[in-house]
Each structure stands twice: as C-alpha cells, then as structure tokens.
Design a protein around this ligand. Structure first.
Ligand SMILES: C[S@@+](CC[C@H](N)C(=O)[O-])C[C@H]1O[C@@H](n2cnc3c(N)ncnc32)[C@H](O)[C@@H]1O
Length: 215
C-alpha cells in the first residue's frame, strides 16, 4: 500500500454535516466524498432493476448475501443493496475505506446503512472466512486507466490512490471461489483479456464493460 499519499492528498471534515472529503494538495477542486443518499436517488431515478447488467450477472435477489471483494467507492455495492442484497464490501486502501465509512455513518438508519457492511483489509487474506457466509462474490479490480478518456471523478481519484491489482493473486482467489461452488462475477473492460486461466460460464456484455460469470 502506498505511503506517500499525504504529499498528494488531504482530508477535510465538515463538522455540521459530518462529511469527510478528500482533496488534492495545492488545488482548488471541490474534492471527493461519497454520498449514498444521492446515489440511491440516482438508482431510483434510473429505475435500476433486474435487467441491469450487474443485476443479471450476479442474479441478485432480495436477501442474497453478496461479497464485494474490491469495494472502492462502493458504487456497485450500493447498487446491489438497492436491488435487495445484503453486501459485505472489502477495501484494502485505508483512505478510500475512510470515505466509504464516513458515508455509511450518515445513512446508518437507512436501508443502505443496514445492509452494507464494510471491512478494511485485503480480500486475498480474508477469502477463506468470506467464503463461509456469502452466496455470490463480485470482483472489480482496477483497470488500467491510461487509455481511457475521462473517467468519472471518483474513478480518477481511485486510479491515483489505489494500487493496480495483482492479477496472479486474484486468479488464485478466483479458483478458491469457483472450487467452493459459489458464483463469481468479474467486471472487466469490454475488450480486456480474461482474468486468470479459467473460462467463464457466461459473459454479459455492455458498451464499455463486461461481466464474466463463473458458476
Ligand atoms: C476499480 S475499484 C472498485 C470500484 C467499485 N466497484 C465501485 O463501484 O466503486 C477497485 C478497488 O479495489 C481495491 N482493491 C484492490 N485489491 C484489493 C484486495 N485484494 N482487497 C480489497 N480491496 C482491493 C482497490 O483499492 C480499489 O479501491
């Protein structure tokens, strides 16, 4: 995990609203924070439903226990909660984790707050424990951003803060999940090669991304 981040970024906490935001040093951009209330509203406005690509890939149903192995800013995890799942999200980068933790504190009495649990740590290390009580596993490792035009602000920050995934280690974890006969969904850039050597049983294609489904 990178240690030089404080040279690049700093946190600010607005005391009246309890909003933690991350800002670039020596810049006047408005910063990055996570707001589950507005994201939830956006999912409702878009009428996100079972036809959504992530919904189809995971087969999400009410009460399903899904583990998001690479939580990031929790956009996908929140969508799965919106679609009825109970989600455990694992994030290894402490700065990113804190932004999500702060967002969760602000919705603790809402459905998002009750059905999304988060853990700081590497899913590579926690996988044996996580396998015991989840039905579906979701993996969205960091894409190589160098070629993409202008990803969303959150993804820009993520690309700077989070490390790129160790694909070999991820492939070992994938095998464990598949051997345990749990469903695994991997998000990839549309044209990216498969992650690991195993063939997915299905692929769900979007315009920019695809979901590789195993089991
Ligand atoms: C592409 S982002 C995920 C974006 C997320 N799906 C969203 O909707 O915001 C990948 C995230 O996974 C985290 N990550 C990478 N390897 C991890 C691991 N082994 N355990 C936990 N988190 C990991 C990175 O720090 C990064 O925040």
């Amino acid at each position: 995990v990178r240690t030089d981040l404080s040279e690049l970024f700093y946190f600010e906490l607005s005391p009246e609203k309890n909003i933690l935001s991350l800002h670039r040093q020596n810049s006047n951009d408005s910063g990055l924070w996570v707001d589950f209330v507005s994201e939830w509203g956006a999912y409702r406005k878009q009428r996100v439903s079972g036809t959504d690509l992530l919904a189809r890939a995971t087969g999400v149903r009410r009460g399903m226990k899904i583990c998001d192995l690479t939580l990031g800013l929790a956009g996908d995890a929140l969508k799965l909660v919106y679609l009825g799942a109970e989600v455990t999200g694992v994030e290894q980068q402490p700065w990113i984790f804190q932004l999500v933790e702060n967002a969760l504190e602000r919705v603790k009495d809402l459905e998002a707050g009750r059905k999304l649990k988060i853990r700081l740590g590497s899913s590579l290390e926690l996988i044996d424990e996580l396998l015991k009580d989840h039905d579906v596993f979701y993996l969205d490792p960091m894409f190589n951003h160098k070629r993409s035009a202008l990803p969303k602000k959150g993804m820009q920050y993520l690309a700077e803060i989070a490390e790129e995934a160790d694909e070999e280690a991820l492939a070992v974890m994938m095998k464990k999940i598949i051997v345990a006969k749990k469903r695994l969904v991997v998000k990839r850039a549309l044209k990216a090669p498969l992650l690991g050597e195993l063939k997915p049983s299905r692929q769900i294609l979007g315009k920019i991304v695809r979901f590789d489904v195993y089991n």
